[in-house]
Design a protein around this ligand. Structure first.
Ligand SMILES: Cc1cc2nc3c(=O)[nH]c(=O)nc-3n(C[C@H](O)[C@H](O)[C@H](O)COP(=O)(O)OP(=O)(O)OC[C@H]3O[C@@H](n4cnc5c(N)ncnc54)[C@H](O)[C@@H]3O)c2cc1C
Length: 426
């Protein structure tokens, strides 16, 4: 049975809603109710990180951490100074869930199962007295008598002193925020791979290279200058890539599409991608590699000796064929002009981007309630007292690697603390 009256109603039983509710209730706030529209609270946590849940990232310095958020950026410095990745690790450890770090910095539960994160959050909510009601969607919200009159999809009404919107990227949360006086930065997808018109890469699907430099250029009919708020450096990324049947994926590609999410949408997902397969080797360094191979491996076939060892064998072979060079040709016979052409292709091959590829393992939506409309230390609405926001409903999103959950823990914690600071006990 739903209560008619509650002190805090959290709309959305995702990680941000649970963090806000648990933090408030553990600090003594009574009457905290989570409403979850589906039958399965925390369902994204379950499928996250390939079923392992990448809880956060070993990035301990708030100033560095903010660099992983294409939307949010410096405005997150304040929140992260209060609760960042190390706090997440300590928070879960103090509550019985150990996180372990992988070589690339991602942190997962020691059990390697996302269900452990769910079990922990549900146990903590229950122990702190948080009530969780599933299959209950918040449909309408209006300010009333210093609190909120909240209409449910099934027709019921709940009065709440405080309202937390933690509805993720669901349109109903955006609609509720608008009804309560907020604007919504239009949602666009983030963290996707790129479809390329690149026949030369198609048979290389499965080839991984690290590091590789990526640079995005606008389609010919668009202004080459980055739009307002878009720094040129963000259209340049360096890291691991994976060649797919349709184009390019891998962490560097996802990072590029996250930072360029709005611009790519504006360009209709048409652009030119320049790939530096050398990951930043200079012209002189490459020439030295080639010269050394020509001297030391003069009798070897080009197809069996790569100019440097980290270059993928398959990619090198395809490049030689693309330039009409026989794989059987000996290094000693490589002509100067052909060497120059190969170096040029290695340092900057250009491919037309012809569309948005599939999402990576983790995908998020850019857009939502702008941080500027909230008090940065509490995430309370500047225009509507008693209204708070946490998680993906905000115009904040991170790159892949645990950064999106980190923002949920941070924003949920800040909201929970703010609710507790009101000393609002029933
Ligand atoms: C496949 C996949 C894998 C991912 N893996 C990772 C990962 O490993 N690491 C990482 O950092 N991020 C990952 N992410 C991103 C991460 O899941 C999200 O950033 C995060 O779940 C957002 O949390 P949230 O609480 O803001 O919203 P959500 O998790 O979306 O939760 C919001 C909840 O609100 C409910 N709701 C919506 N509207 C209403 C309403 N009107 N009334 C009541 N309830 C409502 C929804 O049903 C939902 O349960 C992944 C995403 C996907 C899709």
């Amino acid at each position: 049975m739903l209560p008619n009256q509650t002190s805090v109603l959290v709309a959305g039983g995702g990680p941000a809603g649970f963090m806000a509710a648990i933090t408030a209730a553990e600090a003594g706030v009574k009457g905290v109710l989570i409403l979850e529209a589906t039958a399965e609270p925390l369902h994204k946590v379950l499928i996250s990180g390939g079923g392992r849940c990448n809880v956060t990232h070993a990035c301990w310095e708030p100033r560095v951490l903010v660099g992983h958020y294409p939307r949010g950026g410096k405005a997150l410095l304040g929140p992260f100074s209060r609760f960042a990745a190390a706090d997440t690790v300590a928070w879960f450890a103090a509550r019985g869930l150990t996180l372990v770090e992988e070589a690339d910095g991602r942190l997962f539960p020691a059990s390697q199962r996302s269900s452990s994160v769910i079990a922990t959050l549900r146990r903590l909510a229950s122990a702190a007295g948080v009530e969780v009601q599933s299959i209950q969607a918040l449909q309408t919200a209006e300010a009333s008598d210093g609190g909120f009159r909240l209409g449910l999809r099934g027709g019921g009404v709940v009065m709440a002193d405080r309202l937390v919107l933690a509805t993720g990227s669901h349109p109903s949360g955006h609609r509720l925020a608008r009804a309560l006086g907020h604007t919504i930065v239009p949602p666009v997808p983030s963290l996707f791979s790129l479809s390329l018109d690149a026949p030369s890469l198609r048979h290389l699907a499965g080839v991984a290279m690290d590091p590789v430099g990526l640079r995005l250029f606008p389609p010919s009919n668009q202004d080459p200058a980055p739009s307002r708020g878009q720094r040129a450096g963000q259209l340049l990324q360096r890291g691991a890539v994976l060649i797919t049947h349709r184009g390019l994926s891998g962490p560097a590609t996802l990072r590029l599409t996250a930072f360029a999410a709005r611009l790519l949408r504006q360009w209709g997902y048409q652009a030119t991608l320049e790939v530096d397969w050398t990951g930043g080797l200079s012209q002189a360094e490459l020439e030295a590699h080639f010269d050394e191979a020509r001297r030391q491996q003069a009798r070897r076939q080009l197809g069996s000796w790569r100019p440097w060892s980290a270059l993928s064998r398959r990619l090198w072979g395809a490049l030689l064929e693309g330039h009409g060079v026989a794989l059987q040709q000996r290094w000693a016979d490589l002509s100067g002009p052909t060497q120059r052409q190969l170096i040029q292709s290695l340092r900057g091959s250009r491919y037309p981007v012809v569309g948005r590829g599939p999402f990576g393992e983790e995908f998020v939506t850019a857009g939502g309630v702008p941080l500027a409309e909230l008090h940065s230390n509490t995430l309370e609405s500047r225009s509507q007292q008693g209204l708070y926001f946490a998680g993906e409903v905000l115009d904040v999103d991170g790159v892949t690697g645990g950064f999106n959950f980190q923002h949920c823990w941070t924003s949920g914690f800040l909201v929970g603390e703010a609710l507790a600071a009101l000393g609002h006990y029933h």
